[in-house]
Write a protein that binds this ligand. Structure first.
Ligand code: IPM
Ligand code: MG
Length: 369
């Protein structure tokens, strides 16, 4: 049994609390079966924090996030907050957490479960066995670049500005994460930018190539423009192994890649920082889906992406590979035996509620105990 580890849970808004409740049950199972002991704290984030504190994340919550071993996040946002200014919108909490934790590498796997091949909008032969890892730079680029803002021009009209900016250091550190991951997979990296129109993209391309030549000569590296990458993902997604790209292109391409798998409700993500001198690193885990306000509170949400995010947490932060794999295998078995929430319907199968999906998963986990 591994030593006491600390986790901060931030369920957030919309379906966040519902799916997090099921992840909690899995953590409970890990503790009950003495696989590990965790100290878990929970706090408000996003709209839930705006409602109580007037800000999407308090300083106290930020401090907790900085002190724990890992943060497990749900989702934030909802239509009632759309009129707030950028700095106090629910999304601001997510961006601040990423930035202040320094978690620069966002790992977004897009993996097709065999049982869900028919849920994809693409033909089965295009997606069967699909397993892509998108590595998205997460604390730089146009999301954070300066100058930014909206100014009023002398004639009274306005001008909105954001800046795409990347330094050698920022490109290299996320590049290393991508090359290291590729070595554990099929050893192929595709680096994506718009070097044909953007200087930051040209620097990205040159830096990735130089890094590969100097440190990862065994890894196959190709370069692709972001628009072409979008097309290739829809046309022949299995050509990719690891894709590495900046913040904005990564945001867009990861939604596209996720949808190839049939359901956003299935996909987890991990966002990792640098390892410090004491061997620790900040890490943040969240499902790729958002807060889905349209189905919130109805017990319809698929909790599997949240539970698979917990599996990534066990793997990357706590080195609990066996338990992570046990959870992933249990998810596969639930799907293979027809366990379906509303987002992944199957002919003739009853649609499970969020909690019933949790029940089905725990039943499978119990078998692996
Ligand atoms: C994501 C989301 C966020 C992003 C939003 C909620 C700020 O779309 O994690 O992909 O744009 O990074
Ligand atoms: Mg997004």
């Amino acid at each position: 049994m591994i030593a006491n580890k600390t986790i901060l849970m931030l369920p957030g808004d919309g379906i966040g609390p519902e799916v997090m409740a099921q992840a909690k049950r899995v953590l409970g199972w890990l503790q009950d079966t003495k696989r590990a002991s965790f100290t878990i704290t929970e706090d408000l984030v996003g709209g839930a924090a705006v409602d109580v504190h007037g800000v999407p994340i308090t300083e106290a919550t930020m401090e907790k996030a900085l002190s724990v071993d890992a943060v497990l996040f749900g989702a934030v946002g909802g239509p009632q907050y759309d009129k707030l200014s950028f700095d106090i919108r629910p999304e601001a909490a997510l961006l601040r957490l990423r930035k202040d934790l320094g978690v620069f590498a966002n790992l977004r796997p897009a993996k097709v479960f065999d049982a869900l091949v028919d849920s994809s909008s693409l033909k089965p032969e295009l997606v069967r066995g699909l397993d892509i890892m998108i590595v998205r730079e997460c604390i730089g680029g146009v999301y954070f670049g300066e100058p930014r803002g909206i100014e009023t021009l002398p004639d009274g009209t306005k001008r909105g500005v954001n800046t795409e900016v990347y330094t050698t250091m920022e490109i290299e550190r996320v590049g290393r994460v991508a090359f290291e991951l590729a070595r554990k997979r099929n050893n192929i990296v595709c680096s994506v930018e718009k070097a044909n129109v953007m200087e930051s993209g040209l620097l990205w391309r040159q830096t990735m190539q130089a890094l590969r030549d100097a440190e990862y000569p065994d890894v196959t590296l190709s370069h692709m423009y972001a628009d072409n990458c979008a097309m290739q993902l829809a046309k022949n997604p299995k050509q990719f192994d690891v894709i590495v790209t900046g913040n904005l292109f990564g945001d867009i391409l990861s939604d596209l890649a996720a949808m190839l798998t049939g359901s956003l409700g299935m996909l987890p993500s991990a966002t990792l920082g640098a390892v410090d001198a004491s061997g620790r690193r900040h890490a943040f885990y969240e499902p790729i889906h958002g807060s889905a306000p349209d189905i919130a509170g109805k017990g319809l949400a698929n909790p599997l992406a949240q539970i698979l995010s917990l599996a990534l947490l066990l793997r990357y932060s706590f080195d609990m590979e066996e338990d992570a794999a046990a959870i992933e295998a249990a998810v596969e078995r639930v799907l293979a035996t027809g366990g379906r929430t509303a987002d992944i319907p199957a002919e003739g199968r009853e649609r499970l509620s969020t909690a019933q999906m949790g029940d089905a998963l725990l039943a499978e986990l119990a078998k692996s105990a």
